[in-house]
Design a protein around this ligand. Structure first.
Ligand code: SAH
Ligand code: DHB
Ligand code: MG
Length: 217
């Protein structure tokens, strides 16, 4: 029996990601969350959704080494813009270097600080609406980030939440960790608000996890 990882690697060989992305992924091992970046095919999915939407404005919660940021920045094109929110100064500096190496730094703003405060500031500043939001920061704050994202995203735009499966922890009755509670609460809020949404489980080089995807009314 082959494994998820072997199959993921097979597709990665067929649809290769370039040296800049590979280096950004490698550099995640110098961040606070080594290897927590999305996998190559998850990054490609984010970029494809952004392109299908014709996205020119993207907001990201959680930059890490800028791996997903590079995918999204490429997807919005040279005239597009990505705002990415990161609390850790070392991660922000590593991602800045990776964005420069990817030649997309001019279209990305890395906002250093807690994402709750930064996203509130974006709301207060009345920024232009985003076409796509990727929520991938501290999981206990997911409900807060969804509420902010709903205020910041245009009608018909997408909000994508990473790590909603966590090796099945989301349905484990014995798991009441803050991260899992943050996932369950945000899913409950999506349901309570009657939002058009789905959740997709993914397996691969990062194990078993998944995305929730919401289409903004
Ligand atoms: N989106 C990245 C991975 C992000 S990992 C990728 O796929 O490549 C989660 C990131 O969220 C980490 O860099 C972590 O420092 C950041 N983070 C954690 N808590 C945060 C907070 N309160 N505000 C902003 N960023 C936060
Ligand atoms: C963690 C965070 C992530 O965003 C991720 O994709 C994987 C792991 C973490 O906090 O451990
Ligand atoms: Mg994640």
């Amino acid at each position: 029996m082959t494994t998820w990882t072997e199959v993921d690697d097979y597709f990665t060989r067929l649809f290769p990601h370039d040296d800049v992305l590979a280096a950004a992924h490698e550099s995640s091992h110098h961040t606070t969350l080594p290897g927590a970046d999305v996998t190559p095919h998850q990054g490609a999915l984010l970029a494809m959704l952004a392109r299908v939407l014709g996205a020119t404005r993207v907001l990201e919660f959680g930059t890490l080494a800028g791996y997903s940021t590079i995918w999204l920045a490429r997807a919005v094109g040279p005239a597009g813009h990505v705002d990415t929110l990161e609390i850790d100064a070392t991660n922000a500096e590593i991602s800045r270097r990776n964005l420069v190496a990817a030649d997309v730094a001019a279209r990305v703003d890395i906002h250093l600080g807690p994402a709750a405060a930064t996203s509130q500031r974006l709301i207060d500043d009345g920024v232009e609406p985003y076409d796509l939001v990727f929520i991938d920061a501290d999981k206990p704050n997911n409900p807060h980030y969804l509420a902010a994202s709903l205020r910041l995203t245009r009608s018909g735009g997408l909000i994508i939440i990473d790590n909603v499966v966590r090796s099945g922890a989301v349905t484990d009755p014995d798991d009441a960790s803050p991260a899992v509670l943050g996932v369950r609460r945000v899913i409950d809020e999506i349901v309570d608000a009657g939002l058009e949404a789905t959740a997709i489980q993914t397996v691969g080089s990062k194990g078993w996890d998944g995305f929730a995807i919401i289409r903004v009314p």
